[in-house]
Write a protein of this length. Structure first.
Length: 357
């Protein structure tokens, strides 16, 4: 998979993906509608309206390239298998009505079985195409063959228009992931007494994160088809990011700032630790969007910062309130989680950490 940074156009498309998808489908429909009479005249097509029907069915419900490619393959495969099954049914019916019923019932069984498996759309189309063929052809095999040709043409049109600066689930995933990390950074920045976020704003950020996570989970299949990234690797990133959010809910308590102000030396160490957290957030956001890191040494800085704070905590365990000890532990764990998240991103996306690598 070739790594590429998110351009301004990518971000614009991701921000308005529904509008972009609707405009793409509408313009593609208009273009096909205008050229359809010429195609029908040149190829002497019958039932040419199926070209437009197929285009809308294939491209209308999905916007991402990976999903459209899968839908095109399922549409063509399901239709062709349904036509073949119907033709065999007609030929068998000419010899034996009973055998024709047995064959048709078996085909519908296969269609229903596939419809509840990995290929639901194709399974449904096998049975649907077969029933339309048998119900409307009156034994005329050419009826089904022409319909198959029209569906293939409509599917190819859908794929062509989708390939014109395609909407990619991979880009949308990175865009949304960066937004979630940015909202996490905002939540952490608002955990101090001076920058404390109002409760309503904090809850609004959490609500936005939940909405974004729901969308992220729907992109996993399309991402896998576009990039071959292991779905388990993407899921691991999502799980790690949820852990970070849970940590933030516990860390984001302005009262801890008051306790830290009573421990000057520890406050200095913690300020360094908190700066590392902000550095980690910035680097992860930059990495997701640009595919390389701003700071190659941040990993070592995090390890050193965690060690220094833990050593300070161990030197004065009796002087530090339990609530503050918990806050320090949660902050160091947050740093480790951020480090793990960056590692998972590099591993899952298979991107270089340096711009020139």
């Amino acid at each position: 998979m070739k790594a590429y940074p998110l351009t301004k156009l990518d971000i614009l498309i991701c921000e308005h993906y529904r509008t972009v998808h609707a405009i793409r489908v509408a313009l593609a429909f208009l273009a096909i509608f205008l050229v359809l009479p010429y195609i029908e005249k040149v190829l002497h097509l019958a039932q040419a309206e199926w070209i437009l029907v197929t285009f809308i069915v294939v491209m209308g419900p999905v916007s991402y390239l990976g999903n459209v490619i899968e839908r095109v393959l399922h549409r063509i495969g399901g239709t062709l298998l349904g036509i073949i099954a119907a033709i065999i049914s007609i030929l068998i019916g000419e010899q034996s009505y009973v055998l024709m019923l047995i064959w048709t019932t078996l085909c519908i069984y296969v269609s229903a079985y596939l419809a509840l498996g990995r290929y639901p759309y194709m399974g449904l189309l096998i049975g649907l195409t077969m029933m339309v063929f048998l119900g409307g052809s009156d034994g005329n095999i050419s009826y089904g063959l022409w319909r198959g040709v029209d569906i293939i043409i409509g599917s190819v049109f859908a794929l062509i228009f989708c390939l014109i600066y395609p909407q990619r689930a991979y880009a949308d995933w990175r865009f949304r992931l960066a937004r979630i990390v940015a909202s996490c950074q905002q939540m952490y920045a608002g955990s101090s007494r001076s920058n404390a976020l109002p409760p309503k704003q904090f809850e609004r950020l959490k609500s936005t994160q939940i909405t974004q996570f729901v969308k992220l989970s729907t992109l996993i299949g399309a991402i896998n088809k576009e990039t071959k990234i292991d779905p388990q690797a993407i899921t691991a990133i999502h799980v790690k990011l949820r852990n970070i959010i849970h940590h933030l809910e516990l860390v984001a308590n302005p009262a801890h700032s008051v306790l830290l102000s009573q421990q000057p030396q520890l406050q200095k160490d913690m300020e360094h630790c908190m700066n590392l957290v902000q550095l980690a957030f910035n680097d992860i956001i930059f990495f997701i969007q640009n595919t390389y890191s701003q700071n190659d040494d941040w990993s070592n800085q995090i390890a050193t910062g965690c060690k220094e704070v833990e050593q300070r905590l161990n030197q004065h365990p009796g002087d530090i309130p339990m609530a503050l000890q918990s806050h320090i532990w949660l902050t160091t764990e947050l740093l480790r989680d951020l480090h793990s998240l960056k590692t998972l991103l590099v591993f899952a996306i298979n991107l270089p950490q340096k711009k020139d690598s």
